[in-house]
Write a protein that binds this ligand. Structure first.
Ligand code: TRP
Length: 358
């Protein structure tokens, strides 16, 4: 950690479930903001492997998750996350998170958790009839992630907003009940809140098969762009088309830095003076230019597998003592002190109490 954390504006915490590949939707939803803000904010980034257990609790799932941890580090590095600036770690390497979750769970009612929209979405998408209490507590666990480093700002995709709202409620409730320990963190949603899929469906997602991945090669990008859904009414190049809500133009706006080119294409599209091929050709070039530095950074880290572990080890060595400190503050505020350990700090650091030698 080379830079001075004290000078920064505040703390960020965000994270990813280790589900595999990352796509452009992840980038505009949250990766872009974390990269943009890593200089200004003291940034904590975690790989949420406990969260994966909430829907995938079996041994084979856990084994698969281990491989996806590496994938998460590669993708974030490729997107521009700088491990010298960001404290990057694996959630379950900080078990204090689980204790904080337990304490917070006492401050949240079951009906409140049942009202969180993501619970219903996940149950529907994953065909879960009865949620485990672990799945119900998913947003409480997320609150523990955020509040362990006492973060102020949480860059997330739109779908995670309700979890940050619950985090604020928990912080407020804790502070009112026991004394001020926690900030009330703000969510920061990406400017493209939800990116449409290449098929025109509302959301880009791996499971829907409508994603452009950050590590797609130039040919894969080209093929996906040329198969993209556009204005279905436009059966010929001379038919005027609709730009608004059209996925190819949404992507041009998001990934083509040449605004003049984009405006010209939109103008001609509206007038029926441009073919889909030209629009898609230019989009292919734009997305491939955009992803080229990602590919280079990814290749660099892929060639250095030990560095992936070092990144997570360094992050952990900073994140865990901070989580221990937060837990100490929380327990002291609650009056939940130990009758065995002289201080909670000693309890969490593992040092034997001074009088135990006698
Ligand atoms: N639930 C988040 C997602 O699915 C991942 C996550 C876990 C997270 N802990 C977090 C995001 C804390 C922000 C803050 O995308």
């Amino acid at each position: 950690m080379t830079d001075n954390h004290q000078k920064k504006k505040g703390r960020i915490l965000t994270g990813d479930r280790p589900t595999g590949k990352f796509h452009l939707g992840h980038y505009v939803g949250t990766l872009r903001n974390r990269v943009k803000l890593q200089d200004e904010y003291d940034t904590f980034l975690l790989i949420a492997d406990y969260h994966s257990l909430t829907t995938h609790p079996e041994k084979a799932d856990v084994v698969r998750t281990r491989a996806n941890i590496r994938e998460a580090v590669l993708a974030n590095y490729a997107a521009g996350v700088d491990p010298d600036k960001v404290t990057y770690y694996v959630q379950s390497d900080v078990p204090e998170t689980a204790e904080l979750t337990l304490l917070f769970a006492m401050l949240v009612t079951v009906p409140r958790l049942e009202r969180i929209p993501t619970l219903k979405d996940v149950m529907r998408d994953q065909h879960i009839e009865q949620p485990s209490s672990g799945l119900m507590n998913y947003p409480v666990l997320q609150a523990a992630d955020i509040l362990a480093p006492r973060a102020d700002l949480v860059p997330v995709g739109k779908d995670q907003e309700s979890h940050v709202e619950l985090t604020r409620e928990i912080a407020r409730r804790f502070n009112n009940t026991f004394g001020a320990v926690f900030p009330e963190p703000q969510a920061l949603i990406g400017d493209v809140a939800t990116l449409v899929g290449t098929d025109g469906q509302a959301k880009m997602s791996k499971s829907l098969g409508n994603a452009i991945f950050l590590d797609d090669d130039p040919d894969a990008v080209k093929q996906k762009v040329f198969n993209m859904y556009t204005d279905p009414k436009r059966i010929r190049a001379d038919v005027p088309g609709t730009v608004e809500g059209n996925p190819v133009f949404i992507y041009h706006d998001a990934f083509n830095p040449n605004k003049e080119e984009v405006d010209d294409l939109k103008d001609r599209y509206r007038k029926g003076k441009v073919g889909d091929v030209e629009v898609k050709q230019k989009l292919t070039v734009a997305i491939n230019n955009f992803l080229e530095p990602f590919r280079a950074r990814r290749a660099y880290l892929e060639a250095r597998p030990d560095d992936v572990i070092d990144i997570l080890r360094n992050g952990l060595s900073r994140a865990r003592p901070i989580a221990q400190e937060t837990l100490t503050l929380a327990r002291e505020a609650m009056g939940l002190t130990s009758v065995v350990y002289p201080s909670l700090t000693e309890m969490y650091t593992g040092r034997a109490p001074a009088y135990s030698a006698d």
